[in-house]
Design a protein around this ligand. Structure first.
Ligand code: TRH
Length: 412
């Protein structure tokens, strides 16, 4: 028998509206209480829940929305948000109602705005109940810097239940929804970078030794990668001191093999040649940004850490999540072209080459040396891209604005 589910959504403050393209603020508020449901299936790793949890927090904290997050794997959420009770069916975390999404889906009243993340396919029972409750349904897609996403972003797609699904594409190219970004993110980053006491307090709290003043700091967050052994060798023989941070997870497994240290575990420190390698325990998601801010080069992976590396404004090397059909190569190239657009040709070539090598799991010392030589330019460009992109669309803001426009149309 289906469980009964009573939504515990708090009523929210009415919002002023912007009419599409006009830039004109209307005084007429939406007086319908607006609730938001986000659906997330954890396919693999932390990206799906990483993005949806971040989105849920932004909608709650910065837009005052009543958010319910349906997720099928609470253990993945608990790594990002340790306050999660993995056994609970329903729980409140940071004002977000987190519900276990199990096969036996309850009889829940659909929210005003529904976000179906990453093609997770909503439960049939919920889809059937949407008419009359749900006014806006977003098909929230994976990040891509590919040009075609601009043509699809914002398009509605009629559905058999009568509620149109609107495509939302995260991206860094104009015409997409942008990336999720908290309002205080860049000022927090600035404080962290400018105030040594802020860094020291954080480092002590999370047991992360700070890099020495003259060392190059590198974050190594990735999937298993046969190129790691070559990279570690280059770091060990580097003419400059290197402080590397390796979070526990899939790349640590590769490091154990590469360094022939099967017992390498969080808390371990390894000194070899120029390299000091710190193995880190997995941080709560809100702390992860600080690790990126601390480093000069950030190896990141998947979707969410990529976007946070963009906001860190430091040189990034992206290991894209590989797909069986090899479609990820086009996606990687699109990011390399779009993000690298403002680089001088030699720095661009060096940076793109290293990204491609890393994804092909090969390591060519000359390509690494070229990136090190281009670091001053890469560093300046990453900072400039961060500023430039922060002036464009922000994804949560776009979703709220678009939902408000649709709701306004529905009430006229
Ligand atoms: O974990 P991922 O590989 O997730 C991937 C991708 O998103 C991919 O697009 C998707 O299709 C696939 O999953 C199924 O990489 P991602 O997206 O960077 O997510 C990692 C999350 O983990 C991110 O929110 C940052 C967070 N994190 C912490 O909170 N603490 C940590 O210590 C570290 C290293 C990461």
């Amino acid at each position: 028998m289906a469980r009964q589910f009573v939504a515990n959504h708090k009523p929210i403050e009415p919002h002023g509206l912007l009419i599409a393209g006009s830039g004109t603020a209307l005084t007429a508020p939406i007086d319908t209480p607006q609730t938001w449901d986000i659906f997330c299936r954890v396919i693999d790793n932390f990206g799906d829940i990483g993005v949806t949890w971040r989105l849920a927090r932004l909608l709650t904290d910065e837009h005052g929305k009543a958010v319910r997050l349906w997720v099928d794997d609470l253990s993945a959420l608990s790594r990002l948000m340790p306050a999660t009770d993995v056994a609970a069916e329903i729980q409140k975390i940071h004002d977000i109602e987190v519900c276990r999404w199990s096969t036996d889906f309850p009889d829940a009243t659909p929210a005003t705005v529904v976000i179906e993340a990453f093609g997770c396919t909503l439960p049939d029972r919920y889809i059937a109940a949407m008419p009359g409750h749900c006014q806006v349904w977003f098909n929230f897609e994976y990040f891509t810097a590919e040009a075609w996403a601009v043509g699809c972003h914002g398009l509605p797609s009629p559905q058999p239940n009568g509620v149109a699904k609107i495509f939302a594409f995260p991206g860094i190219q104009p015409g997409t929804g942008g990336l999720l970004r908290e309002a205080a993110l860049l000022t927090d980053r600035q404080k962290f970078l400018q105030q040594p006491d802020v860094r020291l307090t954080w480092a002590a709290r999370w047991h992360i030794p700070l890099p020495s003043d003259h060392s190059l700091a590198i974050l190594l967050f990735g999937y298993e990668n046969a190129a790691l052994s070559g990279l570690l060798n280059a770091l060990i023989t580097s003419p400059t001191a290197i402080t590397a941070y390796l979070p526990e997870g899939r790349l640590l497994n590769a490091a154990r093999t590469a360094l022939k240290t099967p017992d390498l575990a969080p808390g371990a420190v390894l000194h070899q040649g120029a390299l000091t390698l710190h193995v880190l325990a997995f941080l709560p998601q809100v702390e992860f940004d600080r690790l990126l801010w601390l480093c000069d080069i950030n190896f990141v992976r998947g979707e969410d850490s990529l976007s946070r590396a963009v906001w860190a404004g430091k040189t990034l090397i992206w290991q894209i999540y590989p797909t069986g059909d090899n479609a990820h190569w086009a996606k990687l190239d699109a990011l390399l072209a779009e993000y690298g657009r403002t680089l001088e040709p030699s720095a661009l070539q060096a940076w793109q080459q290293l990204n491609r090598d890393w994804n092909a799991q090969i390591f060519i010392p000359a390509h690494w040396d070229a990136v090190i030589a281009a670091l001053p330019e890469l560093r300046a460009q990453a900072e400039q891209q961060m500023r430039h992109l922060s002036e464009g669309e922000e994804l949560a803001q776009w979703l709220v604005k678009t939902a408000n426009q649709r709701l306004q149309c529905a009430t006229i």
